[in-house]
Design a protein around this ligand. Sequence first.
Ligand SMILES: [Zn+2]
Length: 282
Amino acid sequence: MLIVVFLLPTLASRAYGELRQPQKIKTFLWKSCKAALPTKASLVRRKLGTDSLCPICGREDESMEHLFLLCHGPKLVWSGSKFQWNKGEASGNLKSLKRCIYLKLDQVPRSEIIVEQRQFWQNCLVAVLIDDGHVKEEQLAGSINKYWLMQDQVRVVGRKKNTFVLEFNNPFDMNFMVEEGPWEVQNKLLVLDHWQPNVILDEYKVVSFPLWVEFWGFPLEYYSSYVAEHVGELVGEVVQVDFSDQGFRNLRYLKVRVNIDPSKPLLMGFYVLLDNGRAIWI
Ligand SMILES: [Zn+2]
């Protein structure tokens, strides 16, 4: 409980409202942060009492610092809690105590809160529009729900410039979007990937994304998965080759899925030297 006491002054009152504690405790916490608890020292200060001594030890004034930190009673409580510190860490005033508790928070409660939060973000994709222009979030949500024919609605949770976070209700929809992407929205490329823990939207960069690439104009005997893979490597890392020499064949182009690095210029074509000496542009 004391953990929250000293966190509260820095949290908005909204956070106070969200505290899952009985009202009695919430009131106590609120008063503690406002230093509005009727300690004996504060009563004497307000001329509402004459004796300011701590009733537990009788050695010092019962101030907030003494009550929560210095007296042997609270020390026993602290020693039984997860939040322990050495004498040197908290120098006896509320400010340093607060700083100590922040440090200790790294250990237990924060991780629990964060794990709970992650359940929501696991249903999200990070989507980057590869374009400098501005697309409104309503436009993006509208296009997605109109053209992508998902089983469930997709919601735009928020954005940072052209990086959006999309929430999916249906995991099949979500995986489909990642596996079949990137997609085109308003004539711009939308690259999607699963949300990962500890992602900072401000720093988020698309390192690579898979793209289907078609190679047109090859002579018939060049239609093979070997050639497809070979030419695919000229564009990027080959992920998949779409080629079958069974049944009705696609004789228009070779199709390869490759990982593209968006920071590099896309290969627009290349020459292939045939064994009759002719060079063709693919
Ligand atoms: Zn005392």
